[in-house]
Design a protein around this ligand. Structure first.
Ligand code: COA
Length: 333
């Protein structure tokens, strides 16, 4: 059964650091080529933070842009949720830094870690908080500085990742299954048996940081690329079909699919199987690489601001990532 919640997107914003890492930057450091990277991933460039920039600074910029877009004051925000796997520090939550910096009241502020599915997990959580009627406007942010945990000696993984943040202000609406702004269906999934397929082994309670972990580069991301690829292709298609089917929609009813941006080939494979035209499958991977939980909110902000979608349009978000996790949310704007 589809799960309908009356919520609407009141505003969106994004932030990406100015520093660009193009494919040539990798060619100058590693045994790789621009052609290999383009063909295998679709990525042309990504953004990277420099000293002084962090997951919190990107989150704060995105949040302020979302407030301006929604024409709201920070005082209107009743909760802040940041989805991230590259938090400002181990604790407190990145959301605490955001709450202080944007000048919000002393509202609920917390992080969610569900890797690349994190933004959808946070969005669905916020929608439920709104549905209960105790919160009005919730700031939902997906923010990452993956370049901080990327191993630039591992040519298979380092070419993929970039930094960025996207923010969405979610508010209640009168929408229901047949009309108005609403979330019409969602799925949140996980399978922890694949938890070491994509992870950072050291720096947590299992293997605290030490000289050994630094020497063995265990505080960097480790990825079984081919296995993750197979999982992603399968889950992406399954999720889209399941989420749309239950809501009684077909792929042609959708104005835009905003998928997590991990590899252009994964996105293309889903697009072809669904029979969607290129114009209805959003991508920003060419410019930003894989920004994990930031990729979908960056996309939402882009399609709203560029006028590629309008009120009443159906948008399907779908993501997969470490955990393993996978998640989808179908909304009517
Ligand atoms: C990482 C990824 C792009 C690698 O592409 P692939 O087609 O699977 O490539 P493989 O790992 O099988 O490697 C193929 C060859 O390219 C080589 N190679 C790997 N990285 C390379 C690079 N940057 N440049 C040149 N060659 C490279 C490999 O060494 C291998 O060489 P070999 O055949 O001589 O052994 C792909 O597996 C992928 O995108 N996986 C999913 C990753 C992902 O989405 N992670 C985040 C999830 S949210």
């Amino acid at each position: 059964m589809p799960k309908v919640l009356g919520v609407r997107i009141a505003g969106t914003g994004s932030a990406t650091p100015p520093r660009v890492l193009d494919n040539q930057w990798f060619v100058s450091k590693l045994d790789t080529t621009d052609e290999w990277i383009r063909e295998r991933t679709g990525i042309l460039e990504r953004r990277a933070v420099v000293e002084g920039e962090s997951t919190a600074t990107l989150s704060i910029e995105a949040a302020n842009n979302a407030l301006a877009n929604a024409k709201m004051s920070p005082k209107d925000i009743d909760a802040i949720i940041v989805a991230t796997i590259t938090p400002e520090c181990q604790f407190p939550a990145t959301a605490s830094f955001v709450q202080d910096a944007i000048g919000a009241r002393t509202v609920a502020s917390f992080d969610i870690a569900a890797a690349c599915s994190g933004f959808i997990y946070a969005f669905v959580t916020a929608a439920h908080m709104l549905q209960a009627g105790t919160f009005r406007n919730i700031m939902v942010i997906g923010a990452e500085t993956l370049t901080r945990i990327t191993d630039y000696e591992d040519r298979t993984s380092c070419i993929l990742f970039g930094d960025g943040a996207g923010a969405v202000i979610l508010s209640p609406s009168e929408g229901n299954a047949s009309s108005g702004s609403a979330m019409l269906n969602f799925h949140l999934h996980s399978d922890g048996s694949g938890s070491t397929m994509l992870w950072v082994p050291a720096g947590g309670s299992r293997l605290p940081a030490s000289n050994m972990t630094v020497n063995e580069r265990l505080h960097f991301m480790k990825m079984q690329g081919r296995e993750v690829y197979k999982f992603a292709v399968k889950k992406m298609l399954e999720m889209v079909e399941e989420t749309l089917g239950e809501a009684g929609l077909r792929s042609e009813d959708i104005a835009m699919v905003v998928p997590h941006q991990s590899n252009k080939r994964i996105i293309e494979s889903a697009r072809e199987k669904l029979g969607l035209p290129e114009s209805k499958m959003y991508t920003n991977i060419e410019r930003y690489g894989n920004t994990s939980s930031a990729s979908i909110p960056l996309g939402l902000d882009d399609i709203r601001r560029s006028g590629r979608v309008k009120n009443g349009d159906y948008i399907l978000m779908a993501a997969f990532g470490a955990g393993l996790t996978w998640a989808s949310a179908l909304i009517r704007l």
